[in-house]
Design a protein around this ligand. Structure first.
Ligand SMILES: [Zn+2]
Length: 406
């Protein structure tokens, strides 16, 4: 794993110097040895166990009731730093209910018309942006029996409940976001506030809300672990796809009896260590490589910024002098070109349709001129690059840095 050896060599000099080691120790090794773990118990609600969306009636014929015993055992035996219970929690006029199909206009591109629509079909609703929606039976209506957590599920003290799909116009399979990625649920903020590093996910259904939540956790940057024997799903192929997506993105899929020693930092999975290292590298590329170009125009604010950075990082003043003047006179400059992608220029997130009415196309000429005339030490192009969920439905947000020089 040669990549791993260079992950903390930010300045690429082939050595891990003192600053780099301090960073590696504080942000990587400490997390691996003493992770902060949260358990997300996803949608163990009556409607999914034995109600209108009873998963035993779907193709995989799995029984949602069977997650309760292993989840309760986990809650009894493992000391998580936080436990969250999510609830699918829809108003009665919710967009995902097939019996509400006549309440909204269908977009002309929809291949399914309201009069022919069957449960589990996908239609396209009209709107500012046409929106794909899978049609489900009426389920988890707010304050109904179907929306209650199953009575046998253990609810721990200090449990935090997170509600999904509460807006009539928006559905959500992920406990982090609505499906259009416009509104965050309260979960992301609470995980941040509790300084959680590791997110464990279980519940119903593996290939829908559990999977979407796990993939979002990974994309946001958490070390993410799906507890397979504490999940049941709807379709075997979709379950397999979900599992593969998690594994390909440095998540873990484990059994519940492996969780305790992972939470205690005794069982340390290499894929989770690598995931954290990649996250740290992605976050630091920007701050560690910002320098001014040819060094003839030397901006005081940038000199001051550098001095403050060095002061914060080092106690030795001779080191500061050595690293400050030289950098100001001979900076190493990188250009980050952020997300100049079709969707933002003229596609689904076309800037010209937002309130500022600006035209994304107009950045291309000046950026090209920069690239032609300025000799940057490195050029990075960032691409917003989302993993695909099934059937063309995007679940994840966030930008990933792609270092084209490697
Ligand atoms: Zn729902």
């Amino acid at each position: 794993m040669a990549e791993k050896n260079t992950l903390f060599d930010w300045n690429q000099d082939g050595l891990i110097d003192r600053e780099e080691f301090a960073f590696c120790w504080n942000r990587w090794i400490k997390v691996i040895v003493r992770p902060k773990s949260a358990l997300l118990v996803i949608n163990v609600q009556n409607d999914f166990v034995s109600g209108t969306l009873n998963m035993s009636q779907r193709s995989a014929k799995q029984n949602g009731l069977q997650v309760i015993e292993p989840i309760n055992k986990l809650l009894d035996t493992v000391n998580f730093n936080a436990v969250f219970y999510s609830l699918d929690w829809h108003p009665s006029n919710h967009i995902s209910f097939i019996d509400n199909i006549k309440l909204r206009k269908i977009h002309y591109t929809s291949t399914v018309q309201p009069e022919d629509a069957q449960t589990y079909d996908t239609v396209v609703f009209d709107g500012d942006t046409p929106m794909k929606q899978k049609l489900w039976p009426r389920h988890c209506v707010q304050d109904s029996w179907g929306a209650e957590l199953h009575k046998d599920l253990k609810i721990v003290d200090n449990a935090i409940k997170v509600y999904m799909g509460t807006d009539p116009e928006e559905d959500s399979y992920s406990v982090f976001w609505d499906s259009k990625k416009l509104k965050r649920t309260s979960l992301a903020k609470q995980l941040e506030a509790k300084k959680v590093t590791d997110v464990y996910v279980c519940g119903l259904a593996y290939d829908v809300c559990v999977g979407a939540s796990a993939i979002d956790a990974i994309t946001i940057g958490y070390r993410t672990i799906l507890i397979e024997d504490c999940c049941r799903g709807m379709d075997l192929d979709d379950i397999e796809r979900t599992r593969n997506t998690i594994l390909e993105n440095y998540g873990s899929c484990v059994q519940s009896d492996e969780v305790k020693s992972m939470v205690e930092g005794k069982d340390r999975r290499p894929e989770l260590g690598l995931k954290l290292a990649l996250e740290l590298k992605a976050k630091c590329i920007g701050s560690l490589y910002v320098r001014v170009i040819e060094s003839k125009d030397r901006r005081p604010e940038l000199g001051l910024k550098l001095a403050l950075e060095l002061k914060a990082k080092s106690k030795s003043s001779s080191m500061i002098e050595d690293r400050w003047i030289k950098v100001i006179v001979r900076p190493n400059s990188a250009l980050l070109v952020i997300n100049v992608q079709n969707d933002f220029v003229s596609g689904t997130l076309n800037l010209s349709q937002r309130s500022a009415k600006q035209n994304g196309l107009q950045v291309i000429e000046p950026i090209n001129k920069l690239l032609d005339t300025v000799n940057f030490n490195a050029v990075f192009y960032a691409l917003d690059w989302h993993p695909m969920w099934y059937k063309g439905h995007y679940t994840s947000f966030g930008a990933t840095w792609y270092d084209l020089t490697q």
